[in-house]
Design a binder for this molecule. Structure first.
Ligand SMILES: [Zn+2]
Length: 259
């Protein structure tokens, strides 16, 4: 039986986590560290790994798993100028918002766990097969249910939803953040009012941990529905596991687009 714990929750910004002592001691005892990668955790995971000083989970070892390296990442850029904000030169790291990415990551993770714990390799393979079958049928259900969202236009707080947008055929038309990772400015929000007061967007999406004021402010001035989505499990009451996470995301988008 694997014991798991999470460094982040749906209520905190995953770009910024404190390397607190309890977390350091968990990493010190871990057999496997799983992260998104693509530099999402660049501000805190290297420090955490260094403080924990556990050779089994250092980058390059079998006990270090970057989920984002098993999917094709969007928006990779050669621009590494940090003055441009939280840009992710290795591509957008928020890969969990497309369930097809999760399917690919599950395969890689199942193989990795079998490699780390060879005695139980068969049960990881069986668990993976069971998950993958359920997951594939859930994806078909979500795609059918969300088909009416195709062609909708979204303004998002941060560029956290590019994979979801691509998956469901939603067009990302603007971001509340003028510079990725920095809070939305009044000047930028005013520009968005001018741009969208006569239409051009169907919803304004923010994640659980993000300040609700910018999206509510824009909703008041443009009439475009603001909607909060869980970026990960636990971000809404309904999103209690990966399956209900996508149920919650799609139900909330359908409710918002019906308004
Ligand atoms: Zn980001």
């Amino acid at each position: 039986m694997a014991e798991t714990s999470s460094a982040t929750t749906a209520f905190v910004d995953p770009h910024y986590i404190q390397a607190r002592p309890s977390l350091i001691s968990k990493v010190r005892r871990a057999d496997l560290v799983i992260c998104s990668g693509a530099q999402l955790e660049i501000g805190w995971l290297p420090v955490l790994l260094q403080k924990a000083n556990n050779p089994d989970v250092m980058p390059g070892s079998a006990g270090y798993f970057e989920a984002g390296s098993f999917v094709l990442r969007m928006n990779a850029t050669s621009n590494t100028d940090r003055a441009q904000g939280d840009v992710h030169p290795q591509g957008n790291p928020h890969v969990q918002t497309d369930p097809h990415n999760i399917a690919a990551i599950a395969v890689a993770l199942g193989e990795r766990m079998a490699q780390l714990d060879r005695d139980n390799a068969e049960s990881y393979a069986a668990g993976l097969a069971e998950f993958s079958a359920k997951w594939d049928s859930a994806i078909s259900g979500w795609e059918e249910k969300a088909s009416v969202l195709r062609g909708k236009r979204a303004i998002t707080h941060h560029r956290s939803w590019v994979y979801l947008e691509r998956w469901l055929g939603i067009e990302g038309v603007a971001n509340l953040e003028a510079i990725p990772g920095l809070p939305p400015t009044t000047a930028h929000l005013s520009k968005l009012v001018a741009q969208f007061e006569d239409g051009g967007a169907d919803f304004i999406i923010r994640s659980t941990y993000q300040d609700d004021r910018p999206s509510e402010w824009l909703e008041d001035r443009t009439g475009i529905t603001a909607v909060m989505l869980p970026l990960t499990v636990g971000g809404t009451d309904e999103a209690t596991d990966l399956f209900s996470l996508f149920d919650s995301i799609i139900n909330r988008l359908l409710n918002a687009s019906a308004k």
